[in-house]
Design a protein around this ligand. Structure first.
Ligand SMILES: [Zn+2]
Length: 236
């Protein structure tokens, strides 16, 4: 047996013995429109053994979402906050929803596209940026708050019990009545529902409000929620 044959047999054995590695989820991570600590954020995803990712950055990201082959990815994670969107870019979202791609939105993505009303129905809520209005949402950095799990059996939250996190809270945000709440908090400066899932067309959508910086990203409970949200959304 020559070296090449040995290598081939070894590769086949590895494939048979570790089928999980073959089932790695491929995700797209959309960023841009809001500053963040890139190094720590991607460190979180680098440590997710079961996930590999490709980053798409605004301003190109939205058109790329519409042209990239649907077969090449399982779900999209949004950690972006762009202000505007063109009609052509909206079509990318319609294509993802029609195809049933799982969409996971994190943190400040709740404030994206303030003027695009349909976006609220995709993500399931809205951080209202309008100033000096009773509808204005608020934020508070660096607070300790308790995250309560509504359903310990749900695929997004299974294995996670109520936990403390040091992160940013949003107050007076809008949460659409049709979403299924997954995460709650009783912090006085926060909206009560801080995580949910819902379906839009053929897609599973999950939103998780915490995740401002590494205090959240490096919280093991947060990481478990993000991983499970991706797996749940990708599973359709
Ligand atoms: Zn933030």
């Amino acid at each position: 047996m020559n070296q090449l044959q040995k290598l081939l047999i070894l590769s086949v054995l590895i494939f048979i013995c570790f089928p999980a590695s073959a089932k790695k989820l491929n995700i797209l991570i959309v960023t841009g429109g809001h500053d963040f600590d890139r190094k720590s954020f991607f460190e979180m995803f680098d440590n997710f053994q079961e996930i590999s990712y490709t980053e798409l950055k605004h301003p190109e990201a939205n058109l790329q979402l519409g042209t990239i082959s649907l077969k090449t990815f399982d779900a999209v994670v949004f950690y972006d906050m762009p202000k505007t969107i063109s009609e052509a870019e909206k079509e990318s979202y319609h294509k993802l929803l029609k195809a049933g791609k799982g969409l996971v939105f994190l943190h400040h993505s709740l404030a994206s596209y303030q003027q695009w009303d349909e976006f609220k129905t995709i993500i399931g809520g809205k951080y209202h940026e309008e100033q000096n209005s009773p509808a204005s949402s608020t934020y508070q950095h660096d607070v300790n708050f308790r995250v309560k799990i509504t359903d310990p059996k749900h695929p997004v939250t299974k294995g996670v019990t109520d936990f403390e996190i040091f992160d940013e809270v949003y107050g007076n945000t809008e949460v659409l009545p049709e979403v299924m709440p997954l995460l709650l908090t009783d912090h006085p400066q926060s909206t009560k529902i801080i995580g949910w899932m819902h379906k839009k067309e053929n897609s599973r959508i999950v939103y998780i409000q915490p995740g401002h910086d590494k205090n959240g990203w490096f919280n093991p409970n947060y990481q478990k929620l993000v991983k499970q949200a991706i797996a749940f959304a990708a599973a359709k």
